[in-house]
Design a protein around this ligand. Structure first.
Ligand SMILES: Nc1ncnc2c1ncn2[C@@H]1O[C@H](COP(=O)(O)OP(=O)(O)OP(=O)(O)O)[C@@H](O)[C@H]1O
Length: 629
């Protein structure tokens, strides 16, 4: 059984304490390499971003200009009415940025035209950025899944499936946010900030200096709150991943939960886990809330200050009223962008966590490549284990196999028997190169197993497992899993040889019958025959039969055994045997005890050793079968 640990989540937590270093940021941002193929579209999006930004930045100017045109000399009546007002007199000689004077109606039309352009640019900005994002996200998911599926078995023993699921779902979604919204927002805000500051300096250097004096407070606040927000949000994500693990594991094994009537227990376990998420999320919310309210306070405070100071400048005729108005609107823009940048900073911090975790997987070394073609190798099937010793990487101190030496000639059959935990499955796992040997060698056709291309090697081995896993799809698809390009005739022939044709044809939809979670549930014997059909299609030189521990009814048993006999013909076969009656005819039986071969020989030879383990096991099984009859 796979021994799993919580290491994946735990691995991430020490990084919580890590500040955003230049190196960390650079590494995390390398996730943006996924946008590289779309840089052309990105550039177009960027142009639209700049255009839409220029148009929105012109709004305060236009506002000021409109106010100026309301009060301008072009409007004779108003001019008369206002000529007594010194402020207005001052305004008559100047307008915002000394733009050509337009009437109020002209100004309104210009304003509307600019707004229409702004709407158009914004649409294309959002659309082009989304094109880049959605494609990049698809590529990230594709590469992530491709990597996950090609990682060695040992990786899956360390990392829970639920957590890996949340890498490919919620962590990728987090990236989606940053690519689609945050990145564009970041540039927008920077643009607003720089453009806005340049413009207000132009209007009034004194007032700008006054306004900018509030900045250090904002920067310190952003730094302080950002640190806490990052730490807490990563914790929320980690806890959420744990919560998902519970849902996934219990729903997958819902029968076990029900058999133990542990529904309430699981609800409790889930609730406890949810509470943790809630607590961390609320802590994060406190920081985020405080940060935002603080920013708003400082922002409006700054505006009030600007109005106060600017008002004095107007009173002292150092500034015109319309310039003050434009200045104030720009100040609002700048303040908004500073606040926005704070939020973006927190977003980036969260994204760093997510991309670090994604990169962690992408940086793992896969054992096979999913996109390189493999040159097939056809082995004859001679297998030699030469002094093989092995301990699982997760438990290096427990020697599971010690000096295993055995030989199976091509086309011959051997059986591995022995007490549970003796190491039978491990021997087979090593043949499939799920793990690396500690010492000794395994040879196939006289050649070291390591020297084979892994995919080519596994193409020569078929496994009929104890628990047959069917994928949610049709029976046809499930059989064709052994040879994805199989023809219809080949599939039918494989089903026939596997004694599966009759039961398949008894379903109204025949080969199109959906099996698995959302379809027909096949019996144990039927599932095994589907697995045998898969193996027949694969047509390997080497066959591994992991015999089902649970006995089938005698009719089903006969059909399965008959199908297996056909499957085994002319193939090197290793049978992990639990029911000894089925292995009488194999060439050699190896009896394993504590990771060593304790006995070996044919059924007759081993049976003749009265005190032998095999003879004892046969006796025990015989007695229990008599008892159960
Ligand atoms: N992935 C693993 N990581 C660590 N230890 C493992 C792993 N798989 C199996 N083991 C340990 O290795 C030993 C041999 O297990 P193995 O599954 O090979 O025995 P087996 O003879 O096939 O047992 P059974 O008949 O019950 O299937 C056991 O002690 C088991 O706990």
């Amino acid at each position: 059984m796979a021994k799993r640990s919580d290491r994946f989540g735990d691995d991430a937590s020490p990084q919580d304490k890590k500040k955003i270093t230049k190196e960390g940021l650079r590494k995390a941002l390398s996730i943006f390499r996924f946008t590289a193929p779309y840089k052309g579209t990105f550039a177009i999006g960027f142009i639209f971003l700049i255009l839409s930004q220029i148009t929105s930045m012109s709004v305060p100017l236009l506002m000021g200009q409109m106010v100026a045109s309301i009060l301008s000399p072009n409007n004779a009546q108003q001019m008369q009415a206002m000529s007594s007002n010194p402020m207005m007199q001052q305004m008559q000689s100047s307008s915002v940025m000394n733009l050509p004077k337009l009437t109020l109606d002209q100004m309104t039309l210009l304003f509307l035209a600019i707004l229409a352009a702004q709407a158009l640019f914004s649409f294309f900005r959002v659309y082009t950025f989304s094109r880049v994002t959605e494609r990049s996200i698809r590529d990230i998911r594709k590469e992530l899944y491709g990597k996950m599926i090609s990682l060695p078995v040992t990786f899956f023993e360390k990392n829970r499936v639920g957590e890996l699921m949340s890498r490919i779902t919620s962590d990728v979604t987090q990236l989606q946010d940053i690519l689609s919204v945050t990145l564009a927002e970041f540039f927008r805000q920077i643009f607003t900030l720089i453009g806005g500051i340049c413009l207000i300096i132009y209007f009034s250097g004194k007032l700008t200096l006054f306004m900018l004096s509030t900045f250090p407070i904002l920067v310190v606040a952003a730094f302080f709150f950002g640190k806490f927000i990052r730490k807490n949000s990563k914790k929320v994500q980690d806890e959420l991943a744990q919560t998902n693990v519970i849902v996934e594991e219990t729903l997958q094994s819902v029968n076990v939960v029900k058999a133990f009537t542990n529904e309430a227990f699981e609800v409790n376990r889930y609730t406890t886990s949810l509470e943790k998420v809630l607590n961390w999320a609320l802590r994060t919310a406190t920081f985020r809330g405080s940060f935002i309210s603080f920013i708003i306070f400082v922002l409006f405070g700054a505006i009030v200050g600007v109005v106060w100071y600017g008002g004095h400048l107007v009173q002292n005729h150092e500034l015109t009223f319309d310039k003050l108005l434009t200045f104030i609107i720009y100040t609002g823009f700048i303040g908004g962008s500073v606040g926005g940048l704070g939020d973006i900073y927190a977003q980036i911090q969260r994204t760093i966590g997510a991309s670090e975790r994604i990169l962690e997987i992408l940086d793992e070394e896969g054992e096979v490549s999913t996109n390189e073609p493999v040159t097939p190798v056809h082995v004859k099937g001679e297998i030699v284990y030469d002094n093989v010793a092995f301990a699982y990487p997760s438990r290096p101190d427990v020697q599971v196999l010690k000096n295993i030496s055995l030989k199976v000639e091509a086309g011959k059959k051997i059986a591995l028997v022995g007490y549970s935990g003796g190491g039978k499955s491990t021997i087979v796992g090593l043949l499939l190169r799920y793990y690396r040997l500690n010492s000794g060698k395994i040879l196939v056709d006289g050649q070291d197993l390591q020297s084979y291309n892994l995919t080519a090697l596994r193409q020569n081995i078929a496994v009929v497992p104890q628990e047959v896993m069917l994928f949610g799809g049709t029976i046809r698809e499930n059989i064709a899993y052994g040879k994805p390009n199989a023809t219809e005739a080949e599939i039918i022939e494989a089903a026939r040889k596997a004694n599966a044709l009759d039961f398949i044809e008894s379903f109204p939809e025949k080969f199109d019958t959906i099996v698995g979670e959302r379809g027909v549930k096949l019996s144990g014997g039927q599932r095994q025959r589907v697995a045998i059909a898969r193996a027949i299609l694969k047509d390997p030189a080497i066959l591994v039969l992991d015999e089902a521990t649970s006995a089938l009814d005698s009719e089903s048993e006969k059909l399965v055994q008959d199908a297996l006999d056909k499957l085994m013909q002319n193939r090197t076969t290793i049978i992990i045997a639990h029911r000894l009656a089925t292995i009488r005819n194999v060439d050699t039986i190896y009896v394993l005890r504590d990771g060593e071969i304790a006995e070996s020989g044919s059924h007759e030879v081993l049976l003749a050793q009265e005190e032998g383990i095999y003879a004892n096991l046969v006796k025990l099984q015989y007695e229990s079968s008599i008892l159960s009859e």
